[in-house]
Design a protein. Structure first.
Length: 516
């Protein structure tokens, strides 16, 4: 019996970090290709071996991957010779190529041979030759299905190295049905709630009061948003390498703060300090240099605080301000936390700072108690005490085994909210590191952003499927669910007067307001 399969490729080129280059057409149609780059990983495979990994509860169903990792050769881009391809910094480029099976296929039932891998290599290499010359991100090329003929065990199959299952989302609960916006007339209030909790006070329903998209600017995606605490402005990072300041009331553009047409590949979140005067982030300029930049929002002038180093290994994944606004804190792909002097520029190196064992994904600061929290790719959270130009580690919380993507302190600093690849919002006692409660506040997809309301009573979260959920501290059922985004929600933030603003990869900015 023949099996229907698709080929995929994850790789990089001279200018771009590793990403999904080729993906099955059904994943491309759903704009759900990034997960392949997340899941397909490992060392160069020995001849005759391949990795085997299952993706559970994904947006397109359960998937089974079989892939190998080989060095990219000159011949792969049409150059005669057998030399290996390298990026602009001399690093060897690998091709992560393999098969995608729809469904859960046990490893013992899969027989994949060298002939099969040679076949898909010829398919993907045509796409890779086009990708080799790209200098900015493009959508993944779509592969078509083909039949993989059934083979016997004695056909010299590849030895499969089983990797841990990747849980992409939670199975939806049958009893939790949503009244979607499409079922409501345009003139009705936008009320969406889980039917599992019918006692939600009317004041906890949210109505869309503003929906904004500028196809010319936000056509690709909004990466992150930040609100000034004492002025009616919102900062938006979009298309990875552009930052704009807009009116919070009308979304009218006031200032194009930053734009560059050079290297992209990572969009560090933007952060505004507690005074509303400064904005900081990291950008990639020149020869893949990771530069920390600080803007004065009054004068619109900027200064470089320093470089975190060259290449993807030194990417800055998270930034934060010290409560005094005189120090900037960064967390990197190398697991290191660094302090930067925002007044005279330069890295502060008064003492060595313990590091995470893996990539830092997010950070948050409790301004009242001078506490920093940092979350990493392996699900660990470190709690630090902030001094003057120094950090002291207080404890490590083993929150999960998968990536922590977002952290938020409650206004009083007593509760720390986390969201990540496990699709669950967890609340922690920020002082003891113990769970605040045992509620399972679940999403059906990876959580990218969490935020507390200014009164500390509500928590908002946004996920990869474009859903926004709002929770109360007392309930594990969402008091509100909104699905007006058509792609992943990348950022949620509350305004001081209780409105919620969300931004997503669909390029939309949406303002939600509680119905009084």
């Amino acid at each position: 019996m023949n099996q229907e399969v698709w080929c995929f490729l994850v790789s990089g080129n001279k200018y771009l970090d590793y990403r999904t280059v080729v993906a099955p057409n059904f994943m491309r149609e759903q704009n759900y290709t990034l997960i392949l780059a997340r899941v397909a990983e490992g060392e160069i495979t020995d001849e005759g071996t391949a990795y085997y990994r299952k993706i559970i509860n994904s947006k397109v169903g359960d998937l089974t991957l079989v892939f190998r990792i080989i060095e990219a050769l000159e011949i792969d881009i049409g150059i005669s010779g057998d030399g290996v391809l390298k990026d602009s910094f001399g690093r060897v480029i690998s091709l992560i190529e393999g098969f995608v099976f729809k469904g859960d296929f046990p490893a013992k039932n899969l027989v994949v041979t060298s002939e099969d891998f040679d076949k898909i290599h010829q398919q993907i290499i045509e796409y890779y030759q086009q990708f080799w010359h790209e200098t900015s991100p493009i959508p993944a090329y779509a592969s078509q299905s083909f039949s993989l003929s059934e083979k016997e065990k004695d056909d010299n199959p590849f030895q499969l190295i089983k990797l841990e299952n990747y849980i992409a989302g939670n199975k939806p609960q049958k009893q939790a049905k949503l009244v979607t916006n499409e079922q409501l007339s345009e003139n009705e209030k936008f009320k969406e709630e889980s039917l599992g909790d019918r006692s939600i006070p009317p004041s906890w329903q949210f109505n869309i009061i503003k929906e904004f998209i500028d196809e010319n600017r936000f056509g690709l995606e909004i990466n992150s948003i930040a609100i000034s605490p004492n002025r009616q402005e919102i900062a938006i990072r979009y298309d990875q390498n552009k930052i704009v300041i807009q009116s919070l009331e009308s979304f009218e553009e006031r200032t194009l703060l930053y734009e560059i047409e050079l290297l992209v590949g990572n969009a560090t979140p933007i952060i505004i300090d507690s005074t509303g005067k400064f904005l900081v982030t990291s950008v990639i300029e020149r020869f893949d240099d990771n530069i920390i930049k600080l803007w004065d929002l009054n004068t619109e002038e900027f200064k470089q605080l320093g470089s975190n180093g060259i290449s993807g290994f030194n990417r800055v994944q998270a930034v934060a301000f010290h409560p005094d606004s005189e120090t900037v804190i960064t967390g990197g792909s190398d697991g290191k936390i660094k302090l930067w002097d925002a007044t005279v520029t330069g890295e502060i190196t008064t003492q060595p700072i313990p590091k995470h064992d893996t990539q830092i994904r997010c950070m948050a600061v409790d301004k009242k108690n001078n506490i920093l929290a940092s979350g990493d790719k392996q699900g660990n959270i470190k709690i630090w005490e902030l001094g003057v130009g120094s950090l002291t580690e207080k404890m490590t919380i083993s929150a999960d085994t998968r990536s922590i993507n977002s952290l938020a302190f409650s206004p009083n600093g007593k509760i720390l909210a986390t969201g990540g690849d496990n699709c669950i919002i967890k609340l922690w006692n920020a002082e003891t590191g113990e769970l605040y409660d045992r509620h399972q506040r679940k999403h059906s997809a990876i959580v990218n952003s969490v935020a507390f309301s200014s009164d500390g009573k509500l928590i908002a979260s946004g996920d990869d499927d474009g859903n926004i959920k709002i929770w109360s501290l007392k309930s594990q059922t969402a008091v509100f669910v909104g699905n007006k985004h058509t792609k992943a929600v990348t950022s949620v933030v509350f305004t001081r007067d209780g409105k919620l603003i969300s931004g997503g990869k669909d390029g939309k900015l949406i303002t939600w307001e509680q119905i009084k």
